[in-house]
Every structure is written in structure tokens, then in C-alpha cells.
Design a protein around this ligand. Structure first.
Ligand SMILES: Cc1ncc(COP(=O)(O)O)c(C=O)c1O
Length: 479
């Protein structure tokens, strides 16, 4: 390896080289088995005599940090004699405070990511079953697309996204969700979250009022707050967002009408129409997040706001996180022409574009009909889980919980029976101790009072574990 050593401090040169190499070994920058530079080359690069470098190596060798033979190279020992720190230590002057972010960043939490040891019964929300991912087909397609033409001249490519992928997405959502869009209306993003970020960059100024659902999806709230928006939670009832409760000053309204997050209800047609009229009358933008409604367990869905909208006030967002995998970071937005130019520039300013290989592979995956097939197959796996959760809520758990009607997605919300005084936070904690990971509904409430209930995800948990997991949950509920 090429090791960076700086000479010129105090002490003789061999000592300086020795100390810096030792530091690199101790903090893990130089790993066991790695070869140190040949003494001749190293000496030339440092403009010192070869003897000076050899002296430093000999001392490291005598102390057991490196090993080597003349002519065969010098290597970091597999077992260094002293403890290894594993993390380079930043050099900081005593009392230095470092840099500080804007105050808002002190209040924004980091969402939980996958635990290193998964819980035995994982009712986590918004996680699909990674075992269902079509690895074989994906590997074949990635191999096929990994060729020079995918990368063109090697320069950056179109920020709006791979044209073939945009066309494939437009066709896919046109057929499956009746979204009215052509390839030119689609912009490919790194997940729904980046679509929201781009919309925020283009529409939100410090102080802009953004209305979000209460209860709702926390990362959206945090994102808009980070951009300086005044985020206001608007209550959701059985028909969806309460349009009459929207603050007049709201300029952007974020909703999940197909499958409200986290309650799971679908917004009624009357509410959809009322919301669009409200937005049109006040010049507001409606952001429609359709994050997981591809998985349906009964009746046809209502038309998305995007296809009912006649005034060009809706930006539609989709994600491949549930249908494929969150780690692929693939999503998209469909925007009216009035916003697309700015969104395309925002995408370029943010990260130029999504990775060309994944985009080309996804285009082919959709074109070959594999996404539609995968969704049908995954739905067949998720449907019995959905049924089992509903069945448990209607029987074993009925004394404590009432399911909120929901026919799509990967989670079901259940409210505490009215009048019950169960301490949900304690139940969640106790369930966790029994290996059952589950979220409280209250954890999605910010502006309103914490609503008592549970949100039960069934994407990650294998079908054969659902019933046992819910039985354990029933056991920790008070008798
Ligand atoms: C309401 C909502 N929107 C969007 C997403 C997906 O976001 P992304 O596509 O960035 O993974 C999720 C995932 O849990 C979600 O719950």
C-alpha cells in the first residue's frame, strides 16, 4: 500500500517514520497482512536514505508489528503485540469545540436502521421480505447491463433519469395505478425520500407552511423542518386528511391517500375531490405519496389524486422500496411540466443522477414483465400474513385492540379499545423483551395527543411466525 508519512516534525527521521507507521497499524489504517512499501521506493518518495526507512522497519519488526525478509517485502503482522484501536483518532487541539450544524439539526433524530441481530418476531413497519427478492433474475439483468453502452461516454448522464426507465415506470404506473404520465413527466430518484427532498428544495422557503398528516410518516416531517418549513400536523379521520382543518397558509400538503401512513385507511373520493379543490383555490401543491399500495388484498383501489387532478396541482411519488428492496434506493416522482424543469435541476445539484447500471437494469426488469410478476408473487406471500394479523386482532387480541380497516400495503394499525387503560409503551417494551418487535401508534403522533394503539408490520416476518408472535403479544397484554 501507499502510506502517507509527513516528515519535518521534531526528532530524527527514522523515529518519525516509525511512529507514523505504528500509529497507522494501531488505528487500523494499515491492516494485518498488508504490505509496506519497498524501502527503496518509500525512501525515494520521502527524499531520505534507504537506511533511514530500513531502520524504522527494523524497529517495527523487533517490536513484533511487522515481519519480512530481505527481498520478499515487509508485512503487517497478523497478530500485533499490542491492542489495536481500530479507529483513526482525529487530531484536535485541547479545548477545540469543532464545527456546529444549524440549531435545527440538534433536534432531528436519526431513524432506526436494521438491527444487527434481528428480533425473533419482527413486526417492523415498512420493511418488505428480502427473502422474496428475485436475486436470480436481478443478477442476470445486472450482468447483461454491465456493458460499455450503459455508461455511454463515461460522462454524467441525464439528471431526470434513464429514458427507458422513465418510459417503463410511466407504463407500469399507468397500467397498475392509472397514473396519467409519459416518460417526460417522470423523474427517477433515490427512493421516495429523495423525491420529497427535491420537492422541498424547489418549493419550500424558510417559513413556508407545510401540512402533513397526523399521525404521519416522521421522515417527511423532519425533512421539511430541516429545510426551514413550518410543519403543521393535520388530523386524519376515517376518510383521510381532514381538509376542513388545513391551515389557510399551507402551501404544500403531503398525503398518503392510497394507504394512509400509519393508519392504513384509504382517502374517500369525497375527500380527494375536496383536497384538490382546496389546493386549487389557494394555489397549494399536493404531494401524493403512493409508497406501498401495489400490495392489495381485496377491492379495486380508488383513482390516485394525480389522475383526478385537472389543474396540475399534484406531484405523485412512488417507491421501489416495498416492491423490491429499500436498499436499492429507487423511487420516482411524476410532476406537472411547470415544476419538472426546476426538479430536474435540483436533482442535478443534489447528486447529478441515479446510478446508470441500476437504472438500466430496472428498466429491463420492468420491460420484461418481471416487476409485475414479482408483485403478484409477493402479494401471494403477504396476503396470508395480512389475514392472520386481522384474524388475531378479531379473536386473541380483540379484548384490547380494534383493527383499522386496511386492504393494502405491508402493515395494519390497531387502536386500543375505547376506555381501555393499557399502557402501550410498556406493552411494546415488554413485547421487545420476548423477542417481539412492534411499534406503538403514538410514536407517529407529533402535534396531536398520542393515540393509543399499535402498528403491526407483516412484511419482514415469515408467515409461519406471525401467529406465534401475536400470541406472545397477547401474553404481555394485561390479563
Ligand atoms: C409513508 C412512506 N413513504 C415513503 C416510504 C419509502 O421511502 P423510500 O422510497 O425513500 O425508501 C416509506 C417507507 O417506509 C413510507 O412509509
Amino acid at each position: 500500500v501507499d502510506v502517507h508519512v509527513t516528515l519535518g516534525g521534531r526528532g530524527e527521521l527514522a523515529g518519525q517514520i516509525y511512529r507514523q507507521l505504528l500509529d497507522a497499524i494501531l488505528d487500523g489504517r494499515l491492516r494485518p497482512g498488508e504490505r509496506l512499501p519497498a524501502t527503496r521506493d518509500f525512501a525515494r518518495g520521502l527524499d531520505v536514505s534507504r537506511n533511514t526507512v530500513a531502520l524504522a522497519y527494523e524497529r517495527l519488526g523487533a517490536e513484533g508489528y511487522v515481519t519480512g525478509r530481505v527481498g520478499a517485502g515487509t508485512y503487517v503482522c497478523a497478530e500485533p503485540p499490542g491492542p489495536v484501536r481500530r479507529q483513526p483518532r482525529p487530531r484536535r487541539a485541547p479545548g477545540a469545540e469543532g464545527l456546529s450544524p444549524r440549531p435545527i439539526w440538534r433536534t432531528l433524530p436519526l431513524s432506526a436502521t436494521a438491527a444487527s441481530t434481528p428480533p425473533a418476531y419482527d413486526f417492523g413497519v415498512g420493511i418488505p421480505d428480502a427473502r422474496l427478492f428475485p436475486f436470480q433474475a436481478w443478477r442476470r439483468i445486472i450482468a447483461r447491463e454491465l456493458r460499455p453502452s450503459t455508461f455511454g461516454s463515461g460522462d454524467y448522464s441525464e439528471p431526470q433519469g434513464h429514458p427507458g426507465l422513465r418510459a417503463a415506470i410511466a407504463r407500469h404506473i399507468g397500467v397498475s395505478r392509472s397514473v396519467r404520465a409519459g416518460a417526460d413527466d417522470v423523474l427517477v430518484t433515490h427512493g421516495a425520500q429523495q423525491a420529497l427532498d427535491l420537492i422541498g428544495r424547489v418549493l419550500v422557503e424558510p417559513g413556508t407552511v407545510v401540512a402533513v398528516e397526523e399521525p404521519g410518516y416522521p421522515p417527511v416531517r423532519h425533512l421539511f423542518a430541516s429545510l426551514g418549513a413550518r410543519v403543521v400536523g393535520v388530523p386524519v379521520d376515517a376518510e383521510g386528511l381532514t381538509v376542513s382543518a388545513l391551515p389557510d397558509s399551507a402551501r404544500l400538503i403531503y398525503v398518503t391517500p392510497s394507504h394512509q401512513f400509519p393508519l392504513g385507511t384509504a382517502m374517500s373520493l369525497a375527500r380527494r375531490t375536496a383536497l384538490l379543490s382546496w389546493a386549487q383555490a389557494r394555489g397549494a401543491v399536493v404531494v401524493e405519496d403512493d409508497y406501498d399500495s401495489e400490495f392489495r388484498y381485496s377491492e379495486r383501489p380508488l383513482e390516485p389524486l394525480q389522475s383526478i387532478d385537472r389543474a396540475g396541482r399534484v406531484v405523485y411519488i412512488g417507491s421501489l422500496s416495498k416492491t423490491l428492496l429499500p436498499a436499492l434506493r429507487m423511487g420516482f416522482l411524476v410532476a406537472p411540466p411547470s415544476l419538472l424543469g426546476a426538479l430536474r435541476t435540483a436533482k442535478q445539484l443534489s447528486d447529478w443522477h441515479c446510478d446508470s447500471l441500476t437504472q438500466a437494469a430496472l428498466a429491463r426488469f420492468i420491460d420484461e414483465g418481471l416487476l409485475a410478476r414479482h408483485i403478484r408473487r409477493a402479494t401471494r406471500h403477504y396476503a396470508p400474513r395480512h389475514e392472520q394479523v386481522i384474524a388475531a386482532l378479531r379473536h386473541d387480541l380483540a379484548a384490547w385492540l380494534v383493527p383499522v380497516p386496511s386492504v393494502a400495503g405491508l402493515h395494519i394499525c390497531a387502536r386500543l379499545v375505547p376506555g381501555s387503560d393499557v399502557d402501550v409503551a410498556r406493552v411494546v417494551e415488554e413485547a421487545g423483551r420476548h423477542g417481539v418487535a412492534i411499534r406503538s401508534l403514538a410514536s407517529y403522533c407529533v402535534d396531536g395527543p398520542p393515540q393509543p394503539g399499535l402498528v403491526i408490520g407483516f412484511g419482514a416476518i415469515p408467515t409461519e411466525r406471525v401467529a406465534d408472535g401475536l400470541r406472545l403479544l397477547a401474553e404481555v397484554l394485561p390479563g
